[in-house]
Ligand binder design. Structure first.
Ligand code: F6P
Length: 357
């Protein structure tokens, strides 16, 4: 009998279901005696023993379905060692629930924080397989995370829609793209959507340069400008602040997000209106793209293979176009950011896109 647990943790994204299906099909096609337990709402389910036995019908028809059939929640890694409001030791509780069900392994789907907890459980002696999920694409050790390509499509669609209205009204438009503290999603959607200016957390901007780029377009007879701005974009001055100082500044800011601050600054300097569009959580929603479906089927299948070979403690990653097992201890806690000198950034600049630097 093979007993496998599964959970999805952190912000959801497209293709979580496709990845779980990949694992389940990879196992059920090769093992007769199999039980898969799904823990509900992320680590919460593992901590409090909320789970259900999943059957083949749970995994049927979910390749194309967004969200997660198990539900998800954020359980910050830094609080994992802090007892809950009733004094419960969360790590101990997770271990007990794992042992109670006599699991051979637990498959954990999630982003950076989730991965850190997965590694902690590995250190505590549990057999863990991690599958790298996030629209942010910021997990170190894998070329790509699932959800990223699907989110690029949605953010690009948003930019495409703004393009037509911006052109009709000769306006400056900002589209704020998700990505937490990294700029992958903004960079790719910005390029795919033909943004004129792309602002990323990794390349602090100078507002004078941003305004200069808009004026340059106006002089060239272009009546509108599209800016793709990462939700974590930061000015050169703010980048000099300590984390604490910046956090304080943001808390006091009258603007709902960085894009509105940038819009106000541009508006002041140009004396014209700047509109902001925030596609927000739509970027995490809907059906996964064919790319993500294929990626997840491959990662899931390899996850199943690792389980069958009893080779635990890995993230199943995509490295140089090959699916690989990457030891969790080598990657947990590391962030994959955009290199400001990366080829893709240099190419973008060559085509005239301004990064405001
Ligand atoms: O990590 C995925 C992500 O969508 C980020 O891009 C974004 O900053 C964050 O989650 C939003 O989190 P929440 O859903 O908790 O508002």
């Amino acid at each position: 009998m093979l007993r496998v647990g599964m959970l999805t943790s952190g912000g959801d994204c497209q293709a979580l279901n496709a990845a779980m299906r990949g694992v389940a099909k990879g196992l059920s096609s090769n093992v007769d005696d199999l039980e898969i337990y799904g823990f509900l709402d992320g680590y919460k389910g593992l901590i409090y023993g909320n789970y259900r036995l999943l059957t083949s019908s749970d995994f049927s028809g979910i390749l194309t379905k967004g969200g997660t059939i198990l539900g998800s929640s954020r359980q910050p890694f830094k609080l994992m060692r802090t007892p809950d409001e009733n004094g419960l030791d969360k790590v101990e509780a997770m271990k007990q629930n794992y042992y109670k069900l006599n699991l051979d392994c637990i498959v954990i789907l999630g982003g950076n924080g989730t991965q850190k907890t997965a590694n902690l459980l590995r250190e505590e002696g549990l057999n863990v397989i991690h599958l790298p999920k996030t629209i942010d694409n910021d997990i170190f050790g894998t070329d790509v995370t699932f959800g990223f390509q699907s989110a690029i499509n949605i953010a690009t669609d948003a930019i495409d829609c703004i393009h037509t209205t911006a052109a009709s009204h000769n306006r400056v438009f900002i589209i704020e793209v998700m990505g937490h503290k990294v700029g992958w999603l903004t960079l790719y959607a910005g390029l795919a959507g033909g943004a004129d200016i792309i602002l990323l957390p990794e390349i602090p901007y100078d507002i004078k340069k941003v305004v200069g780029a808009i004026e340059h377009r106006t002089k060239a007879g272009k009546g509108f400008t599209i800016l793709a701005v990462a939700e974590g974009a930061i000015s050169k001055e703010d980048a000099k602040l300590s984390k604490k100082e910046y956090k304080k500044k943001m808390e006091k800011s009258p603007y709902p997000s960085v894009s509105y601050e940038i819009a106000a600054k541009i508006g002041d300097k140009l004396g014209s209106e700047v509109r902001v569009t925030v596609p927000g959580h739509t970027q995490r929603g809907g059906s996964p793209t064919p790319y993500d479906r294929v990626l997840c089927t491959r990662l899931g299948a390899e996850g199943a293979k690792a389980i069958l070979e009893k080779d635990f403690g890995h993230m199943i990653a995509m490295v140089n176009n090959e699916v690989r097992r990457v030891p969790l201890e080598n990657v947990a806690g590391k962030l994959k950011t955009v290199d400001p000198n990366a080829q893709i950034v240099r190419e973008a600049k060559l085509t005239g896109i301004s990064f405001g630097d």
